[in-house]
Design a protein around this ligand. Structure first.
Ligand SMILES: C[S@@+](CC[C@H](N)C(=O)[O-])C[C@H]1O[C@@H](n2cnc3c(N)ncnc32)[C@H](O)[C@@H]1O
Length: 500
C-alpha cells in the first residue's frame, strides 16, 4: 500500500512515465494518449475553489492512469471538510484499466481512516457515446467538478462521433472541444471545470460554434498559458501552445486571472488579472479569446486610427489557390511555351521576391492550361504572407511584396502555402501593397496577433480578423516605404508607431 502523499504521487508519476514509454506511437495517436505530468496535474487541482458543494461528484473524462483525479483527491484530503466524494473516470483503453483502478484504490483506505466518504467508478465506455446517450435517453447525474486532459484528434465530418454530437447540438471537429462541450452540459450550475487543452479553439474558424457555446454556458475564471509549444499536441506539423482553463458553469463573468509559464516547471510563473473585455472584445462577432500576458494593452487594442476591418479597406485575403500536388503534371522547372511564374514561400526573402530561384526544390513555373487557368491571377502588385512561419522566425507574420516588373508574364500562380492580399482577384495599388506589407511587418502587429493566435500557422482567417488603418493611411505609409527603398525593422516600427 502506498503510504504517504509524496509516495502516492510518485507512484502515479512513475506509472505514467512507464506507460508513456511502452505505448506505441500509433496507439498513442489513435487514442490521443498524452498523459499529464504531476506538476501540471497539481496546478490544475489547485485552481478549484471547493466552496460551492458539500458533496463532490468529480468527472475525469479520458482518465488515462488517473493522474488528474489523484491530484484532485490529494487536494480534497488536505481540505477534508466535504462529507463525500464520488469519482467517475471514463477511460476507453482496457489496457489502462488496471493502472487506473490501482491509482483510484489508493484513496479508499485513506478516506475510511479519515471518516471521509469516497467511492469511484471506472467507465470503460466511449465518453462521447455514453454522454450523448445519457443526455438523450435520461439517467444523467450531474457533476460538481470536472478535471480533464481530453484526447486531441480531428473528428471527421461523416464519423459517428460527429453525428452523435450533432444530435445534442454540439458542432465541433476535434475530440478535445467535444469532450469539453459535453462536460459543460454535464455540470451542475456553479460546477467547476479545469481542462488542459490546445489553444487553437481561441481563434480557429472551425471552433466558432464551440467558443459561442463555451462563452454562453460558462464564466472563465482563470487561463494559464504555456508559452512553449508542446509537441504533445502536434497536429499536421502545427506546434500548438496549450492552456489550462478554469470554467464555472452558469457563473457570473468577473475579471479573468491569466497566468503564464514557459513550461511545466512553472519556474517563470507570472499572474495578472484582466477585465473580461480584454479577453473577449464586446464588439467582436467572432468571439475570439485573447490571452494577454502583460498588463499594458497592445496599442492596437485602443488605437483610434487602427480599427478598420479588411473589408473597409476594400482588400481581400485568400489562401494561394495552386495546390501543387493536384496539378503536378503542369509544374515546370524551366520556362517553356505557355508557362507562367509560380510562387512558393521560398521565393520570398524578407519583403522582396527572389524569382526564379533554382536553388529551391520547388518548381518556378506552372503551365497556363485550361485546367490550371482558374487558379492563376493577373500579374500585379500583391502582398503575400507565408502560412507557416518557422520556429526561428522572430515574427509570426512575415509579409512580402510581389511587384509585376519582376515577371514578364500576364498571369501568376500562387502556391497554397501563401496567403495573398488582393483586390477582386487582381493586383493592389502599388502604394497600398507597400503600405500593407510595412504595416503587417511591424512589431506591434505581431504582438497583437499573438494575443489571439497561439501557433506558427497564419491563416487567411486570422489576417481577416486583424485590424487595419484606413486605405488612405496605408497608401501614405506605402508612399513613404517606396521612397526610402530598403527598410529595416526599426524604421518600420517607428513609422507605424506614428499611427498609434
Ligand atoms: C490526453 S490523454 C489524458 C489522460 C489523462 N487524463 C492524463 O491527463 O494523463 C486522453 C485519454 O483519453 C482516452 N480516450 C480517448 N478517446 C476516448 C473516448 N472516446 N472515451 C473515453 N476515453 C477516451 C485515451 O485512451 C487517453 O488515455
Amino acid at each position: 500500500m502506498v503510504e504517504n502523499m509524496l509516495q502516492r504521487i510518485e507512484y502515479v508519476e512513475e506509472t505514467r512515465k512507464d506507460i508513456a514509454k511502452k505505448v506505441s506511437p500509433l496507439h498513442k495517436s489513435k487514442l490521443g494518449q498524452y498523459f499529464t505530468p504531476t506538476s501540471i496535474a497539481n496546478f490544475m487541482a489547485s485552481l478549484y475553489s471547493f466552496d460551492q458543494f458539500e458533496n463532490i461528484r468529480l468527472l475525469d473524462a479520458g482518465a488515462g492512469v488517473g493522474s488528474l483525479s489523484a491530484s484532485f483527491l490529494e487536494r480534497w484530503l488536505v481540505r477534508d471538510y466535504t462529507s463525500h466524494i464520488d469519482v467517475i473516470a471514463y477511460e476507453i483503453d482496457p489496457q489502462l484499466e488496471g493502472f487506473l483502478n490501482k491509482t483510484l484504490s489508493m484513496y479508499t483506505k485513506l478516506a475510511t481512516e479519515r471518516h471521509m466518504g469516497y467511492a469511484f467508478k471506472i467507465n470503460e465506455n466511449d465518453f462521447i457515446e455514453d454522454t450523448v446517450n445519457l443526455i438523450q435517453f435520461g439517467g444523467l447525474v450531474k457533476y460538481s467538478h470536472a478535471i480533464l486532459n481530453p484526447p486531441y484528434k480531428k473528428i471527421l465530418s461523416k464519423s459517428r462521433h460527429r453525428k452523435l454530437l450533432h444530435a445534442v447540438g454540439i458542432e465541433t471537429a476535434n475530440l478535445y472541444s467535444a469532450f469539453v462541450a459535453l462536460t459543460i452540459k454535464l455540470m451542475e450550475p456553479k460546477g467547476e471545470i479545469v481542462a488542459i487543452i490546445p489553444r487553437s479553439f481561441c481563434n480557429g474558424l472551425y471552433f466558432k460554434h464551440f467558443r459561442n457555446f463555451l462563452l454562453s454556458k460558462t464564466a472563465i475564471n482563470h487561463i494559464h498559458l504555456f508559452s512553449s509549444r508542446n509537441k504533445a499536441f502536434k497536429d499536421d506539423s502545427v506546434l500548438q501552445e496549450n492552456i489550462i482553463i478554469h470554467l464555472i458553469k452558469s457563473g457570473r463573468q468577473r475579471n479573468v486571472t491569466v497566468s503564464s509559464s514557459t513550461d511545466d516547471t512553472f519556474s517563470d510563473y507570472v499572474i495578472n488579472e484582466f477585465p473580461f473585455e480584454r479577453i473577449v472584445k464586446p464588439e467582436d462577432k467572432e468571439n475570439l479569446i485573447f490571452i494577454p500576458t502583460m498588463v499594458e494593452m497592445n496599442p492596437i487594442e485602443t488605437s483610434k486610427t487602427i480599427y478598420h476591418s479588411i473589408e473597409k479597406i476594400s482588400v481581400e485575403v485568400s489562401t494561394g489557390p495552386v495546390v501543387d500536388f493536384r496539378v503536378k503534371s503542369f509544374l515546370r522547372n524551366e520556362p517553356m511555351e505557355n508557362t507562367v511564374p509560380l510562387l512558393y514561400p521560398g521565393h520570398f526573402i524578407d519583403m522582396k521576391v527572389k524569382w526564379p530561384n533554382y536553388d529551391l526544390s520547388k518548381s518556378n513555373y506552372i503551365q497556363n492550361h485550361e485546367e490550371t487557368r482558374k487558379w492563376l491571377l493577373p500579374n500585379g502588385y500583391y502582398v503575400v504572407v507565408r502560412r507557416f512561419s518557422s520556429k526561428e522566425e522572430k515574427r509570426r507574420i512575415v509579409a512580402s511584396i510581389v511587384e509585376p516588373h519582376v515577371f514578364g508574364s500576364m498571369l501568376l500562380g500562387f502556391e497554397n502555402h501563401l496567403n495573398i492580399f488582393h483586390e477582386n482577384k487582381g493586383g493592389l495599388l502599388p502604394e497600398l501593397a507597400y503600405g500593407l506589407a510595412v504595416y503587417l511587418n511591424s512589431s506591434v502587429v505581431d504582438q497583437y496577433f499573438r494575443l489571439f493566435n497561439g501557433h506558427t500557422q497564419v491563416n487567411a482567417t486570422d489576417l481577416r480578423l486583424m485590424k487595419y488603418p484606413n486605405r488612405e493611411i496605408l497608401i501614405k505609409l506605402g508612399t513613404w516605404a517606396k521612397s526610402v527603398g530598403i527598410i529595416n525593422q526599426e524604421a518600420i516600427d517607428k513609422e507605424v508607431g506614428l499611427l498609434l
